[in-house]
Design a protein around this ligand. Sequence first.
Ligand SMILES: [Fe+2]
Length: 261
Amino acid sequence: MSSDLVGIVARRFKDFTEPYLNEPGDDFAYRLKVDHTNRVCDIATDIASASAVSPRVLLAARIAALLHDVGRFPQYKRYRTFRDAASANHAALSVRHALRAGMLADVPADLRRLVLSAVILHNVRILPSTLPADTLAVARIVRDSDKLDIYRVMIAHFAQEDPEHPEVALDVKRHPTAYTQAVLASLLKGETGDYRHIVWVNDFKLMVVGWLYDLNYRRSCQMLHDLGYMDTIFATLPADPQIIALRAQITDHLAHRLANG
Ligand SMILES: [Fe+2]
């Protein structure tokens, strides 16, 4: 029953996205989000399976992963951007369009609530501390999975393996060595960076490095480690004393998380 439900929602997601993929000239942007969604769903399944969560949490996390970026499609179609600040909160759009398209028909009401909470919470900077345990678990799995795939997308973009597309890196200025002190300072304090401080492409890379502090599951840290994402990102940052100090701090933090869960 449960994998049937995931299959049903996956088919509805495919039906919803298909017309967008046929939009002439914009298929790259939409294809990016379809592929991202499918990988986030696989990563969520991996994290949940490795983390001894209940079958209900596992099921909700897989469905929420499928729906978390549904709003990206109408967002890009209407505003021609993935920047929420310049358009609309895409998580709220995901909830609205998933419901409007009936993607959660057949999903029991209590499960639907868990899924929709995780979708709306997937892009908030900090999760509220008062959430019920299952809601928190599902939201954390989706957030970790989303970040882990964005690492992959960003690294491919920085390495120019993906075609240039301004919407991938959110219109940051390209420069080989420039970065913003406020972004680095947050990371050295053990905090995640703030989007509002981002000016340069290196700021964006630093912010992505800081997501490590926000990963919730040991399995997520293990995947980050095994895929070598931090080494790959640091190899593209300037090797000045401040960045070298940050790299040592990040390496320690990751080793600590792997040792202690
Ligand atoms: Fe998203």
